[in-house]
Design a protein around this ligand. Structure first.
Ligand code: 5RP
Length: 290
């Protein structure tokens, strides 16, 4: 019998049933392309709307900082607990098992180390980001610095390249030594990133007015951890950030420099995804570390 003969006639056209709409769960991205939404849905958990990103890209700037001397020993065991990993291509190829199957926020700009002032940052090659199956391109943007225009240009170029291949751009707001991390600065820097094409923004938590920073940024914000704090304090500010509208954390030192990093990342998850209070999360940390 010919393939075209005796096929069941199409009859179930659902006439009168409105076409289903699927509003996207992350703010400001309703009109993003399918590939961008697909990757963002891998980075952010569609149930909680949030993400726990594990940042260990510090070596590109700081060299072998505490906790990252042997990433194969300290970072590899943490990967399974992260929703997304943020790292350089060097660390990725050296210590991340491809079988981890985690979305990667690839450090996409580089050029400055702690030995110099911020300088002439350059971009990686988009082909290499595609080669390693990056889910986001992380770009440093130094608002208020001498290199403001260069880093904004890098962001714009990255957002354009990312858009071409459906890869989101993460605008990472850098704070120069002379700048204060207050509401006004963080709101301005985050907004500049979003306006110039960042799909999501990484910035710092501030004690007062963080809600305004989030409200004024039209795309999701994740917060950096910053320098190592006692575990209960780190859980407290992660909780405050989530309560005030952050869509997650992109934490490094407060996880991998913890005395018990595997317990700490799970406690952070409890705050970010399960709406646990800082006290409950700290109790969980103490239980897990045993
Ligand atoms: C550096 C970064 C780091 O990834 C970021 O600061 C997160 O790490 P930490 O929680 O240790 O601050 O973006 O530019």
């Amino acid at each position: 019998m010919a393939e075209k003969d005796n096929n069941k006639d199409a009859a179930d056209f659902g006439i009168g049933i409105p076409v289903k709409k699927n509003p996207f769960f992350l703010k400001g991205l309703e009109h993003a392309d399918w590939g961008i939404k697909d990757r963002m849905s891998r980075i952010f958990n569609p149930q909680s709307g949030n993400t726990v990103m594990l940042a260990f890209d510090h070596g590109y700037l700081m060299g072998p900082t505490s906790g990252l001397e042997r990433m194969d020993l300290t970072i590899t065991p943490l990967i399974e607990y992260a929703d997304c990993i943020m790292c350089t291509r060097g660390a990725l190829r050296a210590i991340v098992p491809p079988t981890s199957n985690k979305p990667i926020s690839l450090r996409f700009s580089a050029g400055t180390t702690v030995l110099t002032e911020l300088n002439d940052e350059c971009l990686l090659d988009i082909e290499d980001a595609i080669r390693v199956n990056a889910s986001a391109l992380a770009i440093m943007v130094a608002i208020g610095s001498k290199y403001e225009a260069l880093t904004v240009k890098n962001l714009i170029r990255t957002a354009d390249m990312g858009a071409k291949y459906g890869i989101p751009t993460l605008g990472v707001t850098a704070v120069g030594k002379e700048l204060v991390r207050d509401t006004r600065f963080l709101a301005l820097a985050s907004r500049v990133c979003a306006e110039n094409g960042a799909t999501f923004v990484k910035t710092y938590f501030c004690e007062t007015g963080f809600e305004q920073v989030v409200a004024a940024c039209p795309v999701p914000i994740v917060i950096a951890g910053g320098k190592k704090l006692p575990e209960n304090e780190a859980l407290e500010f992660a909780w405050l950030a989530i309560q005030q509208g952050a869509a997650g954390v992109d934490m490094g030192r407060n996880v991998f420099q913890s005395e018990h990093p595997v317990a700490m990342i799970q406690a952070v998850r409890a705050v970010v995804h399960d709406q646990r209070t800082p006290k409950e999360a700290f109790d969980l940390y103490n239980t897990l570390k045993k």
